[in-house]
Design a protein around this ligand. Structure first.
Ligand SMILES: CC(C)(COP(=O)(O)OP(=O)(O)OC[C@H]1O[C@@H](n2cnc3c(N)ncnc32)[C@H](O)[C@@H]1OP(=O)(O)O)[C@@H](O)C(=O)NCCC(=O)NCCS
Length: 171
């Protein structure tokens, strides 16, 4: 099912047919450097099934993102309901395959995702957590208008928190 369209990208709910490209993404040590490390096929299968369960529970999670002009799977962008510092938060998150880095895809997709969160999903606030060394990710968060909102610990590592409220988006 198509969820979001941008100029260059289309977001779809993950389906079993996405397992192979998802596994290629999640098994890449460079992509996974700041995302809990590379996964094996069992981990990727659990990841896919968890996303599909979250669509039922919350209506969102990571979506599979495709390049419109090639039909290529380029990565995943979405909103994750996660416990951060003991509180459930809606977290914007993105992972793009290396071949597609620095084309503005994460920025384009994340902006559309925020629109979808504050529009159809009726969320009021999104946060993002990022390791301080993950400079490309921090750059994307700044480009889309998220503001530094302190530090936390996530998966036993120091993380910066960025946030955006509904009223602040595209003011
Ligand atoms: C973070 C990530 C999603 C960005 O995707 P992307 O599609 O390349 O992002 P964009 O092209 O929209 O923007 C990247 C920006 O980072 C900048 N950048 C790239 N490498 C950088 C570096 N080493 N230091 C600082 N900025 C850097 C780019 O120049 C660009 O900024 P600009 O438009 O001002 O020039 C991608 O690098 C990725 O998937 N990383 C691995 C997964 C990850 O860490 N996800 C986030 C946490 S789980």
């Amino acid at each position: 099912m198509d969820i979001i369209q941008t100029n260059r990208l289309v977001f779809r709910e993950f389906a079993q047919a996405d397992l192979e490209p998802l596994f290629l993404l999640l098994s890449d040590p460079t992509v996974m450097k700041y995302c809990s490390g590379p996964m094996d096929l069992t981990g990727a299968t659990k990841w896919l099934n968890a996303a599909m369960a979250c669509y039922k529970q919350y209506g969102y999670d990571y979506w599979a993102v495709y390049e419109k002009n090639t039909g290529d799977f380029i990565g995943q962008i979405g909103i994750l309901n996660q416990q951060i510092a003991g509180k459930y938060e809606d977290c914007l998150a993105f992972m793009i395959g290396q071949k597609y880095w620095n084309k503005g895809y994460a920025t384009e997709g994340a902006l559309a995702c925020i629109d979808y969160a504050f529009g159809p999903l009726k969320l009021d606030r999104l946060i993002a957590t990022v390791e301080p060394e993950n400079l490309p990710s921090i750059r994307v968060l700044k480009k889309i208008g998220m503001k530094f909102d302190g530090e936390t610990t996530y998966a036993d590592k120091k993380a910066y928190v960025y946030s955006i409220q509904k009223g602040e988006f595209r003011e």
